[in-house]
Every structure is written in C-alpha cells, then in structure tokens.
Design a protein around this ligand. Structure first.
Ligand SMILES: Cc1cc2nc3c(=O)[nH]c(=O)nc-3n(C[C@H](O)[C@H](O)[C@H](O)COP(=O)(O)O)c2cc1C
Length: 219
C-alpha cells in the first residue's frame, strides 16, 4: 500500500515540517527524505583565514564526454561566507565527513566568526590544497580540490544558488580506497523524516552510513 501526498497533510500542520518553511524547507523534503552526503566545504576568507561550511544538498557527476568530474552544490545560501568566498576566490575543497570527524566538522557551524580559522578552532587540522587556493581538512578521509564553474538559481530570485564546481584533483585515505562503505565511509544526511500518517510535532535528524547490498556487475 502506498500513501499519496500533493498538498500538505493536515497532520503536518503546526509541526516542524510546516514551521521549517521559514528556514527554506518544503514539507515534501521531510516526507520524501532523500539522503544526501555530508560534506565540509572549505575556502579562504578575504582575510586569508580558513572558512568551513557544512553542505549536504549535493551530488556529483561526470560531464563533457568524460573529460571532467563535477560537484553540484544544490543549495548554497547566498548570505553565507561560503557563497562570498567562492565569488572571490573561485576555488574550494570538498571534504568528506565520516562518523569519526562528524562532531568536529559540525562544530564549524558555531565557530563561524570572520576572525576565526574555522578549521583549527573546531579541533581539525588545515592543510593547504595542492592545486587550488583553498585549505583542506586533514582528518577528512577524502578531499576533492575544486574550481568554481557556474551557478544558477533553481527558481529566479531565490536566496540560495545551485553551484557547479569542477573537481581538479582528489586526495583519498588508503583505508577508503579499499572499502568505500561502512563505519569509516561517506556519511549521509537523513533529514528529519516525518510520517504524515501520525502527528509528530517534530522528528530527528540522523547521519547514516551505506552498505553494499547487490553486486550490479551481474546486470
Ligand atoms: C547537516 C547540515 C547540512 C547543511 N547543508 C547546507 C547546505 O547544503 N547549504 C547551505 O547553504 N547550508 C547548509 N548548512 C548550514 C551551514 O553549514 C551553516 O549555516 C554554516 O554555518 C554556514 O557557514 P558559512 O557562513 O561559512 O558559509 C548545513 C548545516 C548542517 C548542520
């Protein structure tokens, strides 16, 4: 049996799913709850200090007939420091968050002051990237060095932008090269699932890992 929703169900009215439209979220996001990877995007601020910004509404794809690999940051707040630093420096590193580095990466959100080296203050180690002008985070198991390509508003006039970055180079821990899944692999944001068939005033956010299920080489 499937439930179908097009308008906000009565049970979601007055709950977190309705209230969070004020922060830019549609109630459909909490009903569909499509997991997306947890990333820490690092840049240099105008004063030369590292900026760090958690991002999650993101995906990756090859393009240009296989000549390039690209990150699509689907929803970058135009009023945040990441947006401003990308406009100025045009380069960034995408650091992958694991369960081990999760707490420290999340601490960058409260260490968001302009005068802070947001990576060091959060207990992480900044290293200069090899091919772009941006810092990267030592403790993250994979770092993608990126160059800004273009941006677009999903809906004209939106306060968030979809930004395309080209991946210039990759740094990967040996352990992750051997096994991309499990406890030490990519963490996914499971954003506040809510079940419209019951009234819950609020739910929870979760971070999840993935496991291999089917060998698709058979198909
Ligand atoms: C799990 C998680 C995911 C997030 N994803 C995004 C995102 O995709 N886009 C965004 O603009 N902010 C996102 N944020 C909020 C920013 O990380 C946060 O506002 C940050 O402090 C902004 O940093 P900045 O001012 O240095 O850009 C996320 C926060 C969390 C906790």
């Amino acid at each position: 049996m499937k439930f179908s929703y097009q308008e906000m169900p009565e049970t979601l009215k007055g709950t977190y799913a309705e209230a969070s439209q004020a922060w830019g979220f549609s109630w459909k996001e909490f009903v569909a709850t499509v997991p997306s990877p947890l990333l820490l995007v690092t840049t240099y601020k105008q004063n030369g200090l590292p900026n760090a910004c958690m991002q999650s509404w993101a995906t990756f794809t090859s393009a240009n007939r296989g000549k390039g690999f690209y990150a699509i940051l689907g929803s970058v707040n135009k009023n945040g420091h990441l947006y401003a630093t990308l406009q100025e420096k045009k380069e960034a590193v995408i650091n992958f968050v694991s369960a081990v580095s999760f707490e420290k990466c999340m601490a960058t959100i409260k260490n968001n002051q302009p005068e802070a080296d947001e990576i060091s203050v959060s207990g992480l180690t900044p290293r200069p990237a090899s091919w772009v002008n941006a810092p990267m985070v030592e403790e993250c198991f994979m770092n993608l060095e990126c160059r800004y390509q273009w941006e677009k508003e999903i809906v004209p006039g939106d306060d968030h932008a979809l930004i395309c970055l080209e991946v210039i180079g990759v740094h990967i821990d040996e352990a992750y090269l051997k096994d991309r899944t499990g406890d030490q692999g990519v963490l996914f944001n499971i954003h506040h699932p809510q079940n419209p068939e019951i009234t819950e005033k609020t739910g929870h956010d979760y971070a999840g890992i993935i496991q291999k299920k089917i060998d698709m080489g058979e198909y």
